[in-house]
Design a protein around this ligand. Structure first.
Ligand code: DQQ
Length: 533
């Protein structure tokens, strides 16, 4: 079969062909979800960037419409780069995006729908007063990706953040406006951090201290915290902090519960970048979209004729600890669940492996809970193990430990020549247990031109008290998206097996730890194929 068909996803967001990157301007308008995205209409490598556009009523089935924003004016002749939508108080959507002008300067432009009664928002108009933010006082080649704007009723001004850097200090520049048209730079940025380099695709939004509902971006006051996320151009990973927005000073101050640099919290510890949230007023939730790039060769992208997917949209909210966010695939995804198979109360002894059969496991949604009857044998945790990704690469899924590795082998060939492991391992530190979650793709393919990094994150759970840990993994041909501990730690990998494809892919649950692990419940569903552009 064509390489294109082997690896094409079934229920992840993709256009029929060509290159895609960042999600742009997601919003809900008159009953319709909109997703724009960076797109090359002419090929499967980055370039010629326009805002391609699709619409949906359920975030799962997508219909393409014409690109909404494309180079057409002096202020965006060389490209229409990333940006965000803001729904104004009268219901009008406004898009702020980065235009690349004739001098290749990065400037910020505005666009409005041509026809507000069209729920599909097909045509967009760029007023002649663009750009609305020029490059005065900033680095014109590192100044992009405006956020959704928020409104402060006290001084009746809008605010928006634009990502940048000053030297190698990452910057979230803040601009204010009374009319959404004339924007003025504030004397100091909303936030900045040394040695992190260019901040791409910043996102800044409130989260409620209680429950899982989202908040509209302008909501402020008691009972909430703020989140600032940035995408680091240098490492190609994203980091966020939870903190306090000091409205009077227009400053964001991260809590001291996680690092404010390139070692902090991540939405996703894998292949996930340039993400963006929006508030869904219909279901009172905040939804996260993120781009997952290919990790096979550029030659293969060209041969496939496509490159890049969007991960499944995720609801996100503040964990009860207040220290981090929790994410979960939007519940609409479950409408694709078809044939179901499973296991119940299955004890996995050291070295056990049980196959989950009866569905197409290359296109599946798997939920499993592991009971850990005893943590007696947990391996001691070395305090020098600060980087979970490195720790995962040192351990791998086959190296026996006290508690774990245990988890799933996904996209496996029948005889395990190929397999991708999603696993947990529990360690004993001085005053607590440490839970590590990993993606181990070291044996995911017999092809050798594929980039297959280990991914890892710690899961902030009290494993001793809870005595169990859950995992949900979405498998979709060339993508494996995992949610550990109910969505506390998430990771996405792109996987390109040569044998374990389509009907030939197998799914196993395994335990390579010395202690028994009990699968209290495992449910696996074959996933349907939505309308995908
Ligand atoms: N992609 C866009 C930029 C952004 C980068 C260009 C992040 O606006 O900074 O396609 O992936």
């Amino acid at each position: 079969p064509l390489i294109s068909n082997l690896y094409r996803t079934a229920y992840h967001f993709q256009p029929p062909r060509h290159w895609i990157n960042d999600p742009n301007g997601p919003m809900y308008y008159k009953g319709i979800y909109h997703l724009f995205y960076q797109y090359n209409p002419y090929g499967s490598v980055w370039g010629n960037i326009v805002w391609a556009h699709s619409v949906s009523t359920d975030l799962i089935n997508w219909t393409p419409v014409e690109p909404g924003i494309y180079p057409s004016k002096p202020f965006d002749v060389n490209g229409c780069w990333s940006g965000s939508a803001t729904i104004l108080p009268d219901g009008t959507p406004a898009i702020l995006y980065t235009g690349i002008d004739a001098q290749n300067h990065q400037i910020q432009n505005i666009a409005y729908p041509k026809n507000l009664s069209d729920p599909y928002l097909v045509e967009w108009v760029k007023p002649d007063y663009n750009p609305v933010i020029n490059t005065n006082g900033v680095n014109a080649s590192a100044f992009r990706d405006p956020t959704t704007a928020w409104y402060n009723p006290k001084d009746r001004q809008w605010r928006v953040v634009v990502g940048s850097r000053r030297g190698d200090r990452g910057m979230a520049y803040l601009y204010k406006s009374k009319d959404f048209k004339r924007w003025v730079k504030t004397p100091h940025p909303l936030h900045s951090s040394a040695t992190t380099g260019m901040w791409e695709c910043p996102d800044f939004f409130p989260v409620s201290l209680q429950g899982q509902n989202g908040l509209d971006t302008s909501v402020n006051g008691p009972g909430l915290k703020h989140v600032l996320k940035v995408s680091l151009d240098v490492t190609r990973y994203e980091y966020y902090t939870v903190g306090k927005y000091l409205t009077e000073l227009d400053k964001y101050v991260p809590d001291n519960t996680s690092a404010d640099d390139h070692t902090g919290l991540r939405y996703d510890y894998g292949n996930f970048y340039a993400s963006k949230t929006f508030y869904d007023p219909a279901k009172h939730r905040r939804i996260l979209w993120g781009w997952s790039n290919e990790s096979d060769s550029v030659a293969d992208d060209v041969a496939k004729g496509w490159a890049g997917i969007q991960t499944i949209p995720r609801s996100l909210w503040l964990d009860t600890s207040g220290r981090q966010l929790v994410q979960w695939p939007v519940k609409e995804l479950e409408t694709l669940r078809g044939k179901q198979v499973g296991l119940k109360n299955t004890v996995l002894k050291s070295g056990d492996m049980v196959e989950v059969k009866g569905i197409l496991t290359s296109q599946a949604d798997v939920e499993v809970t592991f009971d850990l009857p005893s943590l007696e044998d947990a391996e001691p945790f070395d305090p020098l193990w600060t980087d979970p990704q490195i720790l995962c690469s040192k351990k791998g899924a086959n190296m026996k430990s006290g508690i774990g590795p245990f988890g799933l082998f996904v996209l496996s060939s029948e005889k395990m020549e190929e397999r991708t492991a999603v696993f947990f391992q529990v360690f004993r530190a001085v005053d607590k247990h440490v839970v590590l979650m990993c993606h181990d793709p070291s044996r995911s393919t017999l092809r050798n031109e594929v980039y297959i990094p280990y991914y890892g994150g710690f899961v902030d759970v009290d494993i001793k008290k809870e005595g169990k840990i859950s995992l949900r993994t979405l498998i979709d041909h060339s993508v494996v998206e995992s949610f550990g501990g109910g969505g506390k730690t998430c990771m996405t990998s792109r996987i390109y097996p040569s044998m374990a494809v389509g009907e030939k892919a197998h799914l196993f649950v395994f335990n390579n730890g010395l202690e028994d692990v009990k699968v209290t419940e495992l449910n696996a569903w074959e996933m349907g194929r939505p309308k995908m552009n």
